[in-house]
Ligand binder design. Structure first.
Ligand code: NDP
Length: 365
C-alpha cells in the first residue's frame, strides 16, 4: 500500500480557508492492466490554480468522492512533474522511471502520488534518457514541472495564428518581463522573429533591459516610450530596417497599455489577449478596426491544448530546446514537502499561495 496525500477543497473560497489534506491508500499490489502509479516530483502554484479554488475560473475539476473523501471534493493544481513508479501489465507507453506530465488540466497535481490511467499522462524524457540520446542536458525538475503552461503559451501565440516571416517580421508584447513574455522573447529569437517588448519603468530599468536583451530581445521599451508619438518614428525605423511589419501583438495587461501595443500593429494585424494583469478592459479605438482592419482575439492555452496531438508536438519542441540548452526556464522559489513532517501538504501550499507575489512557487517532493 502507498499512502498518498492530496490537497482538496469541497467549497470554493480563498485557499487559506478551504484547502484540506486528504490521505488515502493506493493498493499498488492490485493495479489495473492499463493503470500507472506516479509519484510527484514537483508541482507549482499558478494564478489559474488560485482562481480555480476561488471558483472564478471557467475550467474546474468536478467535485467527487472518488478519492474517498467524506464529501464531494476536487483535487487542486493543474501543472506538475511526476515519475512513474509502477505500470499495469498492458501499459506500453510508460515504464518505471519515466517522467510524466498530466495530459489534461484539472488532474490535481498538488499531491504526493496518484493512481491513473496510462492515457492520463504524457511522457517526458528523464535526465538519464536525455543523456542516452546524446543530448547536452536533461530537463531539470523546474523545467519539467512548469513545461505545460507558460512555454506552450508563448510558442503557440507566436506560431499558431499569424505567419511571421523569420528575419523580417515583428511582434510586440506588453508585460515583456512576465514569465510568458520571457519565453516569447527567447522563442521568437529561436524562430528568427523580431521582438518589441514593452515594460514598466522602474529604478533598475537598465538592469531589466540587459536581462531581456541577454535572453535575445530585439528591442525593449518602456510604456511611456510606447505611448509617445515621437517614439513611434523610432519604432517605424526599426521595422523598416528589417523589411518586415509588426503583425502580432500579445497582451497580458489590458487597459491603455493594450491600446498602446495595438496602435503599433500593421494593417490586418492581430492582437491576442491572454491575461489581464491591470484588471482593465481591453480598449481598442474604432479607427484601428475601420482603417487598419485590426483583429482582437483571445488566447487560452487550456482550450487549445485539449488537442493532445498539438500538446505532444508543442511539448516535444520545448523539451528539445531545453535539452539543447537553447531555452532558459523561469526560476522558481522551491520548497520541499516532507511527508510525515511538521506541516501538512495543504499548509505548505497555503504558504506558497500567500508567497506567490514574491515569485513563482514550486513545491518539490
Ligand atoms: P508574471 O507574474 O510572470 O508577470 C506579470 C507581468 O504583468 C509582469 O510583467 C508585470 O510587470 C505585469 N503587470 C502586472 N500588473 C501590471 C499593470 N497594472 N500594468 C502593467 N503591467 C503589469 O505572469 P505570467 O507570465 O505567469 O502570466 C501573465 C498573465 O498571463 C497572467 O494574467 C496569467 O494568468 C496569464 N496567462 C494566461 C494564459 C492563457 O492561456 N491565457 C497562460 C499563461 C499565463 P511588472 O514587473 O512591471 O510588475
Amino acid at each position: 500500500m502507498i499512502t498518498s496525500q492530496v490537497v482538496v477543497y469541497s467549497q470554493h473560497g480563498e485557499p487559506k480557508d478551504v484547502l484540506k489534506t486528504h490521505t488515502y491508500e493506493i493498493d499498488d499490489a492490485n493495479i489495473g492492466e492499463n493503470e500507472i502509479i506516479v509519484k510527484t516530483l514537483a508541482a507549482p502554484v499558478n494564478p489559474s490554480d488560485i482562481n480555480q479554488i476561488q471558483g472564478v475560473y471557467p475550467s474546474k475539476p468536478e467535485k467527487t468522492t472518488a478519492l474517498g473523501t467524506s464529501e464531494p471534493s476536487a483535487p487542486t493544481g493543474n501543472e506538475g512533474l511526476f515519475e512513474v513508479i509502477k505500470v499495469g501489465n498492458k501499459v506500453t507507453n510508460f515504464k518505471v522511471g519515466d517522467w510524466a506530465v498530466p495530459a489534461q488540466v484539472n488532474f490535481g497535481t498538488w499531491r504526493t502520488h496518484a493512481l491513473a490511467k496510462d492515457t492520463d499522462f504524457l511522457q517526458l524524457p528523464n535526465p538519464d534518457q536525455s543523456k542516452a540520446k546524446g543530448k547536452k542536458s536533461g530537463l531539470t525538475i523546474n523545467q519539467g514541472a512548469t513545461i505545460s503552461v507558460n512555454p506552450p503559451t508563448a510558442l503557440l501565440m507566436l506560431t499558431h495564428f499569424v505567419k511571421l516571416t523569420p528575419g523580417k517580421d515583428w511582434f510586440i508584447q506588453n508585460g515583456g518581463n512576465s514569465a510568458v513574455g520571457k519565453y516569447a522573447i527567447q522563442i521568437s529569437k529561436l524562430l528568427g522573429f523580431n521582438s518589441l517588448s514593452v515594460i514598466r519603468d522602474r529604478p533598475n530599468l537598465q538592469e531589466l533591459k540587459d536581462e531581456l536583451n541577454s535572453l535575445g530581445a530585439t528591442q525593449v521599451i518602456t510604456e511611456e516610450e510606447n505611448a509617445s508619438r515621437d517614439f513611434g518614428a523610432t519604432i517605424k525605423g526599426w521595422t523598416k530596417d528589417t523589411g518586415g511589419e509588426i503583425k502580432l501583438a500579445l497582451n497580458c495587461v489590458g487597459g491603455k497599455n493594450s491600446t498602446g501595443i495595438a496602435r503599433k500593429l500593421a494593417n490586418n494585424g492581430l492582437m491576442l489577449t491572454y491575461g489581464g494583469m491591470s484588471f482593465q478592459p481591453v480598449i481598442l479605438p474604432t479607427s484601428l478596426h475601420i482603417f487598419k482592419n485590426i483583429t482582437s482575439a483571445g488566447f487560452w492555452v487550456t482550450q487549445l491544448l485539449k488537442d493532445s496531438e498539438l500538446k505532444t508536438k508543442t511539448l516535444n519542441q520545448i523539451v528539445e530546446w531545453y535539452e539543447d540548452e537553447k531555452l532558459k526556464d523561469a526560476p522558481a522559489i522551491q520548497t520541499k514537502f516532507e511527508q510525515g513532517g511538521e506541516k501538512q501538504l495543504h499548509e505548505v501550499y497555503q504558504e506558497a499561495v500567500a508567497n506567490s507575489s514574491n515569485g513563482k512557487q514550486l513545491i518539490t517532493f
